[in-house]
Design a protein around this ligand. Structure first.
Ligand code: AMP
Ligand code: MG
Length: 330
């Protein structure tokens, strides 16, 4: 682990030191397969408060609790339905978060006063070693300032949170690059509250009656985080449907705006020559991995407008489009 003032990557994987800081009520960022998390002891209200303050996160936005083993669940949740075990069997450890009835052992502030708690088992060696070492439930929101693009590299964590947290356990850039899928199993039909690393199609195969929550149609689902501003770079994000639309978007490029492009389809040289930054992705999964990092690169380059290619909302494309839309403010 490094104190955030020191950036020596060679010193960043001291799991034992990080676990001690967490046990003592500290705030430590660590890598997961989705995005970097900002970990705090979920049983310690003061520690939890520190994560909310460091992020500038609204207190009505509940945190996900990370565990290393399903055997820990009974300590923190109750009335666990069979469907939860089925989901765990198929997708855990992995980018799936399951909402369950909470026990009082979890600090009330973690769940923003809800009587449920969101649980995840990350599939990342460093995260798992840290969770095993500390052996406490670790509440870990994404390790970015609230509203900003999630951090998918340790450098991005430092960019946002240097001086506000106790350290970062470093690691490689996150493989998936967008957050976990959140499924509420406390309802009559298991309900996807947020799309993420596990796709709806994968979930359907295992749980045929799973439904997708639509906030516009059904406001009864209580997942307050869905309301908040999210994932936004300083630059304005604009969705473009196709390369031909890009060609017609010449008004952007003829303007004085500093523009960038992220997508799968390649652009003509006439266009790329006018861009401050662009990157091509091999497929939707690569696009998801690249998204938040690209947003941050654009901010660092003073980009004012980021054009993002629209993809089909199937597979990981559904979560990807959700993040791009929210980043665009729509
Ligand atoms: P983040 O930490 O930014 O990945 O966001 C976690 C998200 O998980 C929140 O914004 C909520 O939408 C969702 N969540 C966490 N806990 C609960 C819960 N108890 N019930 C419903 N949704 C939850
Ligand atoms: Mg977040």
């Amino acid at each position: 682990m490094t104190q955030t003032a020191q950036y020596d990557p060679s010193r960043l994987q001291d799991i034992v030191e990080a676990a001690t800081v967490l046990r003592n009520g500290g705030c430590v960022a660590f890598p997961t397969e989705t995005v970097f998390g900002l970990g705090v002891d979920a049983t310690n209200p003061n520690a939890v408060q520190r994560a909310f303050v460091a992020k500038g996160r609204p207190s009505d936005n509940p945190l996900i609790v990370h565990l290393h083993s399903p055997s820990q669940m009974d300590l923190y949740c109750h009335s666990i339905p069979d469907i939860a075990y089925k989901l765990i069997e198929h997708f855990c450890p992995g980018p799936l978060t399951i909402v369950l009835p909470r026990r009082d052992s979890i600090a009330m502030s973690v769940t923003a006063g809800l009587d449920t708690v969101a649980i995840r088992f990350p599939n990342h060696e460093v995260a798992q070693r840290l969770l095993r070492e500390v052996n406490l439930p670790i509440a870990a929101p994404s390790a970015n300032r609230s509203g900003r693009p999630s951090a998918t590299t340790w450098q991005a964590v430092i960019e946002d949170l240097d001086g506000l947290i106790d350290g970062v356990v470093c690691g490689e850039p996150c493989g998936i690059g967008i957050e976990s899928t959140v499924v509420d199993v406390t309802r009559a039909n298991p309900t996807v509250l947020r799309c993420g690393g596990v796709t709806l199609e994968q979930l359907h195969d295992v749980v045929p009656n799973i439904v997708m929550h639509n906030q516009q149609v059904d406001s009864s689902v209580n997942s307050p985080g869905l309301r908040h501003r999210h994932y936004q770079p300083t630059a304005k994000v604009v969705l473009v449907d196709s390369v031909s639309e890009m060609d017609h978007a010449s008004n952007f490029f003829e303007s004085d705006l500093r523009c960038a492009y992220l997508g799968i389809n390649k652009l003509s040289e006439a266009i790329t020559s006018k861009l401050v930054h662009y990157s091509y992705c091999n497929n939707e999964a690569d696009y998801a991995t690249a998204l938040f990092r690209f947003f941050r690169e654009c901010d660092n380059l003073g980009v004012q407008l980021i054009l993002c290619q629209v993809v089909d909302e199937i597979g990981i494309g559904r979560a990807l489009m959700d993040r791009i839309r929210r980043a665009s403010g729509s």
